[in-house]
Design a protein around this ligand. Structure first.
Ligand code: C2E
Ligand code: CA
Ligand code: CA
Length: 619
């Protein structure tokens, strides 16, 4: 700025009061109009520099963690070119400003420059030839956050009024600067939360997906796989050691993933106890071995720390290559994980053709199930129960079949597990219960011998507190005595929620229904349960009889269960009896009833009626 112009500008200087109001008004207006605080500060220093006739205004801020003095904003009067001064040393600057903390404005001209610290600080400006430099520290809660520097190429004496104006400017600036930094910190935190999980500090799925995309893009010809990891029964871990300690396991597992898998940096936490990783591979078996080994290693670590013994992880794996949809791959890896059955030794499963076909089939089934129910495609088959003492038919079990056409009949294991997941089993079961009631009516009308029929109760009925009321309505409508209907509750129901299962069983029996425990002995601590259960019939799981000739251990178990049941006033029915030697053994230990292919497979109702007539006539 030449001296002539400067003289004009200086003569037109505004009064202290009006300047202060002007700069705050200006700042306020700028901040309101600009939603970007950054731009507002830039305008503000320009306005201050211009009005107060400086050649340059610069803002320097401390970035604490990095211990650096960063030149964050700068303004120069039109036509002025200065070298950017950015060599300030953090310790020197901080000490220098602290020494002068009483001075709101420090004029570097006016203080003693023989002082070592002063010279060290001035050194930071380099050699721009400024004659006048004023600086003012930015304070927040007694802490220095940086400083603002006003400089000009010629030295003029500053009045007290000038200093007050500069002070006002710095105060306004500081307010906005600090606001800007708060906004920035919040933004950084939000960015962190979006990208990193707060508990384990692992990337979130969102970031994981981005990382995977980048990596696949870099190596388009390499084979990779998504690994979907999940803790088995984390619910029980939570319950047994408490949520905080259980969180500790998740943090440890996060660390384990970082140590073992993150050389590629594609790992993440999906939610709760579910994690993902992307690993390169060449052979499926090798990848499975690698994942299993790490899961085992982690289990061992937890055991060593004596946190919990049974930290089991299972993993679903789905291959992925450049160009393929990452969401689909994650979903498929999860589907593969779900295919790992309870109690299975294998803890790792690849997404393969079999799973693909199953998904396809399940979609087809879900699309057609409702129409099938309306079209009477679901039919009841009956399988006789044989009284082993008299060798007559003493009951039957209703088992559903899906008759898709005259030639295509689907067995229940193709659709029941799916219906249990999607809830359709409720509708289907009531349909079966009603069909059984109708059969009783028909038998009564035709004057046939009535034998009790058992129906299967899916576990999800137990969550419906109207279940028993609905059953009662049904038998009342068809005028069926409750003891003709037997309800089979599978043993595993008692492990989900023992209290609900026991209460339901008690109430059903109070209303006169017969109750049996299905699949008894199928691997849980059944004997412990036995004393709490008040049931009419125990149905021994067919697993005991899977081989035609029974081994010694199975024989011992079966006969002791029969003995115990007798003492508890329960009847025992053995399921899945296929050979004469099995039935003879059961007769020898006084087992009450048997059901199995040896006597008859499940058959359509009309066939069952003929069977019953035939048996009765042969007596
Ligand atoms: P479950 O209740 O344990 O039924 C016994 C299963 O064993 C039946 O299979 C029956 O056909 C089969 N079985 C009978 N005797 C023998 C034998 O000697 N050897 C062998 N290997 N198997 C024999 P199914 O009919 O395929 O039913 C499978 C499962 O589907 C049933 O097991 C039951 O859990 C479920 N289920 C069937 N119908 C219904 C229903 O209407 N509602 C519900 N909720 N579940 C049903
Ligand atoms: Ca059953
Ligand atoms: Ca069974």
């Amino acid at each position: 700025m030449n001296n002539k112009i400067r003289a004009i500008v200086e003569n037109s200087r505004i009064s202290v009061k009006s300047y202060s109001t002007e700069i705050t008004d200006y700042a306020f207006e700028t901040i309101c109009n600009k939603n970007n605080v950054d731009d507002a500060i830039q305008l503000l220093i320009g306005q201050a520099g211009d009005t107060l006739c400086f050649d340059a205004v610069d803002v320097y801020e401390f970035f604490g963690e990095r211990r650096k003095v960063i030149h964050t904003f700068s303004w120069e009067a039109p036509g002025v070119r200065m070298l950017q001064a950015s060599n300030f040393d953090y310790t020197v600057t901080k000490s220098f400003l602290e020494i002068h903390k009483e001075d709101k404005i420090i004029s570097l001209l006016e203080i003693n420059n023989s002082n070592h610290l002063h010279r060290a600080f001035l050194h930071g400006y380099g050699s721009n030839g400024q004659e006048q430099i004023l600086i003012s520290a930015i304070w927040e809660d007694g802490d220095i956050k940086g400083f603002v520097s006003f400089s000009r190429m010629d030295a003029i004496k500053l009045t007290a009024e000038d200093k007050r104006n500069i002070n006002t400017t710095v105060n306004v600036l500081a307010t906005y600067l600090l606001k800007l930094r708060v906004v920035e910190t919040v933004r950084q935190k939000l960015e962190f939360i979006k990208n990193y999980d707060l508990l384990t500090k692992l990337p979130t799925v969102h970031k994981f997906k981005k990382d995977v995309k980048t990596l696949l893009c870099k190596h388009p010809n390499k084979k990779y796989a998504i690994i979907y990891l999940d803790f088995k029964n984390f619910k029980y871990i939570n319950e047994s050691i408490g949520e905080d300690a259980a969180d500790g396991i998740l943090v440890d597992f996060g660390r384990n993933l970082k140590e073992h898998y993150s050389m590629l940096n594609c790992i993440g936490r999906i939610e709760s106890d579910r994690f993902v990783a992307l690993l390169p591979f060449t052979k499926e078996e090798e990848l499975i071995r690698q994942v299993q080994k790490n899961n085992e290693y982690f289990r061992f670590q937890m055991k060593k720390k004596s946190i919990v013994n049974n930290v089991f992880l299972c993993a679903g794996i789905c291959p992925i290559q450049f160009g393929e949809d990452i969401n689909v791959a994650i979903d498929n890896a999860n589907l593969a994980r779900k295919r790992i059955g309870e109690g299975q030794q294998v803890q790792c499963k690849f997404f393969d053709q079999e799973i693909k076909n199953r998904i396809h089939r399940e979609i087809e089934i879900e699309d057609s199930m409702e129409a099938a129910l309306l079209n009477n495609e679901f039919v009841v088959y009956l399988q006789p129960k044989i009284d082993l003492r008299t060798e007559t038919i003493s009951g039957a079990e209703a088992l559903v079949r899906w008759k898709k056409s005259e030639t295509e009949i689907l067995p229940p294991n193709e659709f029941i597990p799916l219906f249990e997941r999607n809830g359709f089993i409720i509708d289907l079961d009531y349909f079966i219960y009603e069909e059984v009631c109708k059969t009783f009516c028909k038998w009564q009308e035709e004057g046939r011998r009535i034998i009790p029929i058992s129906v299967n109760v899916s576990r999800i009925h137990l969550n419906d507190d109207q279940f028993i009321t609905k059953l009662l309505t049904l038998v009342e409508f068809y005028q069926i005595p409750t003891n003709w209907l037997e309800l089979e509750l599978t043993e595993s129901i008692f492990l989900d929620d023992k209290e609900i299962a026991l209460t339901t069983m008690r109430k059903l029996r109070e209303y006169g229904f017969c109750v049996s425990i299905d699949d008894f002995g199928a691997g849980y601590s059944s004997l412990n349960l036995l004393k709490d259960m008040n049931t009419d019939v125990l149905k021994l799981d067919k697993e005991f009889f899977r081989t035609g000739t029974m081994n010694k251990e199975d024989k011992i178990i079966v006969s002791s269960i029969v003995n115990m049941a007798k003492q508890l006033n329960m009847k025992v029915l053995s399921e899945g009896i296929e050979t004469r030697s099995q039935s003879e053994f059961l007769q020898s230990i006084s087992c009450d009833m048997a059901q199995g292919y040896l006597f008859s497979k499940p058959v359509p109702i009309n066939k069952f009626e003929s069977l019953l007539e035939q048996k009765d006539n042969n007596k």
